[in-house]
Design a binder for this molecule. Structure first.
Ligand code: ZN
Length: 299
C-alpha cells in the first residue's frame, strides 16, 4: 500500500480553439457561450476553467445583472470530453477550490481529485452565483451538459432539445457527478431516466418542470433575451435572495448531502471499471457513445 505520488502522464493534447468559451455583455446581461461546436461543446478542462472564469467575471462586474449560459452550434452540450483531440484529463490547471492538482495522484485518487474540482465543485459554485442565471438549451443536452443546465436558475429550451444521462447503461456509473436527477425529476421518472438512459424530449421535461419554457428554435435567443432583460431590470439583491431562498429549500431537502453521497458511489463505479477493464469509463469513447446513442434513438 502506497500513496506515493506518480509521474504524470504527458499525453498529446490538440486544442482546436483558444476560445472554448465566448463572453459578451449586452444590455446588462452576460452571455457565456460554450464554443466547441465542432465537438458539440464537449467539455474539457480548458472549457470548464474558461466557464469558471466567465461566471466569475460576470459576478464581479456590477454592470451585469443576469447571466445566460449557451452553447454555440447545433447542440447545447454533448457532455464531458471523452474523446476529442482536446481531451485533457491528464493536464493540471491552476485549481480554484483548495484542492491540489490531480495528475500526479495514483490510481483512483487522480480522477477523484479532478472531478471534485472540475465537475462537482465548479457546478455547485456556479449554482450559487449571486445573480439570476438562465440556460439556453438547443439540441443535445447530455450527461455533463445536464450538469451545466441544472446549475442555472431557469432553463429555456428549443422544441428540438433533448436531455439524457446515458452514463449507467454505457459505463455502469450511477449518473453524472452533479447528482441533481432526483431533485429535477419525480422519483420514478428519475429512476427511468438513470436506469434506461434514454432521451427525454424537451416537451416531456417541461411536464415535470425541469424546463421552464419551450420555444421554436428560431425564437430561442429572443425568448431568453426577453427574460434576461426583465431579470436585469429587477432589484439586484432581491434577485439574489430569491434564488437563494429556493436553493435553501433544496438544501433542507438534502440536495448537497445527496450529491456528496452519490459522488462517492460515482467514484466507486469509476474504480470498479478501472479494476475490471483498466479504464475508469469502461473503455467508452466519444465514438462508441455516439454510436450506442444513435442505435437507441433508432437512427
Ligand atoms: Zn466521473
Amino acid at each position: 500500500m502506497s500513496d506515493d505520488l506518480v509521474e504524470p502522464q504527458k499525453p498529446d493534447i490538440i486544442y482546436e480553439t483558444d476560445e472554448p468559451v465566448l463572453y459578451e455583455v449586452k444590455d446588462a446581461v452576460a452571455w457565456i457561450t460554450m464554443n466547441r461546436p465542432k465537438f458539440n461543446n464537449a467539455q474539457n478542462g480548458q472549457m470548464t476553467y474558461a466557464l469558471d472564469d466567465a461566471f466569475n467575471r460576470a459576478v464581479q462586474d456590477d454592470a451585469v445583472r443576469c447571466i445566460v449560459l449557451a452553447g454555440e452550434g447545433k447542440h447545447f452540450s454533448a457532455g464531458h470530453d471523452i474523446g476529442t483531440p482536446g481531451r485533457d484529463v491528464h493536464k493540471d490547471f491552476e485549481n480554484r477550490l483548495m484542492i491540489p492538482g490531480h495528475t500526479n495522484k495514483p490510481a483512483a485518487e487522480l480522477l477523484y481529485t479532478r472531478e471534485q474540482e472540475q465537475y462537482l465543485g465548479m457546478c455547485k459554485r456556479w449554482r450559487e452565483a449571486p445573480k439570476p442565471t438562465i440556460a439556453m438549451v438547443q439540441g443535445a443536452c447530455i450527461a455533463g451538459g445536464l450538469m451545466l443546465a441544472w446549475t442555472c436558475d431557469l432553463i429555456v429550451a428549443s422544441e428540438d432539445a433533448f436531455f439524457q444521462d446515458p452514463v449507467n447503461p454505457l459505463m455502469g456509473i450511477p449518473g453524472v457527478e452533479y447528482f441533481a436527477h432526483a431533485y429535477e425529476l419525480p422519483t420514478r421518472v428519475a429512476k427511468e431516466f438513470l436506469l434506461l438512459g434514454e432521451r427525454m424530449p424537451a416537451a416531456r421535461a417541461y411536464q415535470y418542470g425541469m424546463v421552464n419554457k419551450i420555444v421554436p428554435r428560431e425564437e430561442l435567443r429572443e425568448a431568453v433575451a426577453a427574460w434576461a432583460e426583465k431579470l436585469a431590470g429587477q432589484p439586484r439583491l432581491g434577485n439574489w435572495l430569491t434564488k437563494q431562498a429556493v436553493n435553501h429549500v433544496e438544501e433542507l431537502q438534502g440536495k448537497s448531502q445527496a450529491m456528496t453521497a452519490v459522488f462517492h458511489m460515482h467514484h466507486f463505479a469509476h474504480a470498479q471499471n478501472d479494476l475490471v477493464s483498466g479504464d475508469s469509463i469502461g473503455g467508452v469513447s466519444g465514438k462508441s457513445a455516439a454510436a450506442a446513442n444513435k442505435k437507441q434513438a433508432g437512427g
